[in-house]
Design a protein around this ligand. Sequence first.
Ligand SMILES: *[C@@H]1O[C@H](CO)[C@@H](O)[C@H](O)[C@H]1NC(C)=O
Ligand SMILES: *[C@@H]1O[C@H](CO)[C@@H](O)[C@H](O)[C@H]1NC(C)=O
Ligand SMILES: *[C@@H]1O[C@H](CO)[C@@H](O)[C@H](O)[C@H]1NC(C)=O
Ligand SMILES: *[C@@H]1O[C@H](CO)[C@@H](O)[C@H](O)[C@H]1NC(C)=O
Ligand SMILES: *[C@@H]1O[C@H](CO)[C@@H](O)[C@H](O)[C@H]1NC(C)=O
Ligand SMILES: *[C@@H]1O[C@H](CO)[C@@H](O)[C@H](O)[C@H]1NC(C)=O
Ligand SMILES: *[C@@H]1O[C@H](CO)[C@@H](O)[C@H](O)[C@H]1NC(C)=O
Ligand SMILES: *[C@@H]1O[C@H](CO)[C@@H](O)[C@H](O)[C@H]1NC(C)=O
Length: 692
Amino acid sequence: MAACLTLTWALFSLLFLLLPLAKSQQGGGGGLYFPGFKYAAANISLAGIAKIQPANGLLELTNHTSRLLGHAFYSSPLRLKTSPNGSALSFSTCFVFSIVPEYAKLGGHGLAFALSPSPNPAALPSQYLGLLNSSDMGNFSNHLFAVEFDTVQDFEFGDINDNHIGIDINSLASNKSTAAAYYADDGSGKVDLNLKSGKPNFAWIDYDSRSTVVNVTVSPNSTKPSKPILSYKVDLTPILDEYMYVGFSASTGLLASSHYVLGWSFAIGGGGSRALDLSSLPLLPGPKKNHRSALAIGLSVSAVFVLILAIATVFYLVRKMRNADPIEDWELDIGPHRFSYRELKRATNGFKGKELLGAGGFGQVYRGTLVNSGAEIAVKRISHESKQGLREFVSEISTIGRLRHRNIVQLLGWCRRRGDLLLVYEFMPNGSLDKFLFDGDLKKTPTLSWPQRFHIIKGVASGLLYLHEGYEQVVIHRDVKASNVLLDAEMNGRLGDFGLARLYDHGSNPSTTRVVGTLGYLAPELSRTGKADALSDVYAFGAFLLETVCGRRPIEPKAPAEELVLMDWAWERYREGRVLDVVDSKMEGQFDEREVLMVLKLGLLCSNSKPHQRPSMRLVMRYLDGEAEVPESARAQEALEAERGRIEFEDFINSFASSSFEKMGSSDPSFVMPVSANSPPSFPYGYAGHTR
Ligand SMILES: *[C@@H]1O[C@H](CO)[C@@H](O)[C@H](O)[C@H]1NC(C)=O
Ligand SMILES: *[C@@H]1O[C@H](CO)[C@@H](O)[C@H](O)[C@H]1NC(C)=O
Ligand SMILES: *[C@@H]1O[C@H](CO)[C@@H](O)[C@H](O)[C@H]1NC(C)=O
Ligand SMILES: *[C@@H]1O[C@H](CO)[C@@H](O)[C@H](O)[C@H]1NC(C)=O
Ligand SMILES: *[C@@H]1O[C@H](CO)[C@@H](O)[C@H](O)[C@H]1NC(C)=O
Ligand SMILES: *[C@@H]1O[C@H](CO)[C@@H](O)[C@H](O)[C@H]1NC(C)=O
Ligand SMILES: *[C@@H]1O[C@H](CO)[C@@H](O)[C@H](O)[C@H]1NC(C)=O
Ligand SMILES: *[C@@H]1O[C@H](CO)[C@@H](O)[C@H](O)[C@H]1NC(C)=O
């Protein structure tokens, strides 16, 4: 073994001596030329997590760490105008980049070539690509010109898809964008280019000051197609400063990609930039595509062998440790546990249909028993084709793995196998609350008594309060409803399915780009702003209170017209002083009238269409504990307004009911609605229907 290592080391040293010494140098016409960045440390100013890999000179802008950015600009500003008041000069650039996503097919977020007044702009990661922040977006004083290679579709900026190229001026809402592709000169027309393939891509950006046109061209190889994929007429004179920093910026979001630049050339004037040759550029890490020599092959084979041996040893040790020990409490404290696929396969009897507990929009839930500890678990298997599912998965691990509360379904761990994502939860023997509330079959699911319901309600309230205030970050559930409330052996209500939860820090603005939730529980402001916050959870909690007391769904198309929308029906009866009419008849009048009245009033209060008139979960908890009195006539004023919108609203519900009710309800109860500035989906008063 020792001899082998020595030999490997000797071969490595030899290889470095033999390697052609690539050097940065000024190109023809005073341009920049970096065939790799190995000797460019003095010429490139790096910021964020950007680094030049010392071994091979690969410029790494970001790695697989979430929500970070990397900047790499040429260290001195370049003169792009002849004088402060002169017009912008022509320029050309060529570079080779590669985007290696953490999860195949899911990018995060993208890379941009930029002309910027600063080599390290005060910018945000994620959708801002490290170029701008939320306060300077679109400001003419930014003096920013960028070409983005974006692999995430941000509705906020009107992105066309998750694989596009765009020209950005002072903003990340592109002035012009196109799906990534190139026009092949061999006559095969337009060919799609996958930016996230992990392979090197060539890009050219040319600005001509006479015609004032920016052209962007991409290709999978060094042959520049003669027709650009993006051509945009813009005079850069008012946009650029006399001196500009030239370089690259990249960022990661919830999902991350490694963004690399392999080589770069840049030239001012009409002469064009120097061509780059892939064979003289650094290699990308990971599976090697082209080898410099047979020596390198031999080397990588022995390196791979050593690596495999090391991995196998580590793997063996880890497995041994894991097999010996059930999950310990301290392990849970570190974060969610990573299970092996075999362990879960054995636990669920190979994901047999017999063990299937249910199927949701994103995948199936199986029951299982861990072989080592005998602990019962529920395994949610997320179907791999659903991108949304994967996003959900990642957010679930980082969020709920660390949440701990007796009214929350604990995430024990996770596992990923190829495209399959598996989440392991505590097993909830009594299943979900909606079965008890809405199922007609009394033998399978006995009617819940009022004390049981009240106990569940208090539990869910306390779980939601924990999410909103008890954790270091505000966690928005986004999908509070009876079918996401699970019942443990003691019939405690526990909130589950945090797949849609997103974290945001206390105090900062929740920014989201789409409405996630279930129709019938969506707060009205969500359809306008798309911003979920604690108060939109309170709205859904209000709908949950009403459905728990009344034993029916928020919107029931089979009900008579006046009872269609539970909330309105309850309010109507409340005004008439007959609110107990709406109480679930299955309870046969066996309930504490004072408590039921209080919960109904609270339900109406929480589902106020004006967010600021809803109570916080802390206040809700005080009402439920009887420490404070729920105020009367919560919706009196609003009811008058609602009256005005009634006709409009019923038209909407009717048309919706006839077309999409059935489809929506049975297959996928969750609903994702993109929000864009141009077409805000408007639901009158936010009562959008959902049923099963
Ligand atoms: C890089 O920096 C060195 C040292 O500052 C300088 O001599 C050299 O000209 C620079 N090269 C380029 C291409 O700017
Ligand atoms: C990414 O880079 C940062 C800074 O260099 C480092 O702290 C982090 O561990 C890296 N992450 C990964 C996944 O390599
Ligand atoms: C540039 O224009 C500004 C106002 O437009 C003027 O005040 C300034 O003198 C000009 N500078 C030069 C060098 O021409
Ligand atoms: C946003 O960017 C501008 C311009 O770079 C900067 O002045 C400002 O401080 C930044 N704001 C934040 C909140 O980072
Ligand atoms: C644009 O930025 C400048 C300087 O940072 C600032 O004074 C101005 O108020 C900003 N304009 C807008 C519309 O935000
Ligand atoms: C496009 O570019 C111009 C500057 O030429 C800018 O004022 C405008 O706001 C940009 N944005 C869009 C979306 O067109
Ligand atoms: C941009 O592309 C067009 C063809 O689409 C071409 O006529 C023009 O010369 C190109 N301009 C530059 C600066 O490359
Ligand atoms: C580059 O790709 C184009 C289109 O796929 C192809 O026609 C051309 O032959 C390739 N050139 C080289 C040098 O591989």
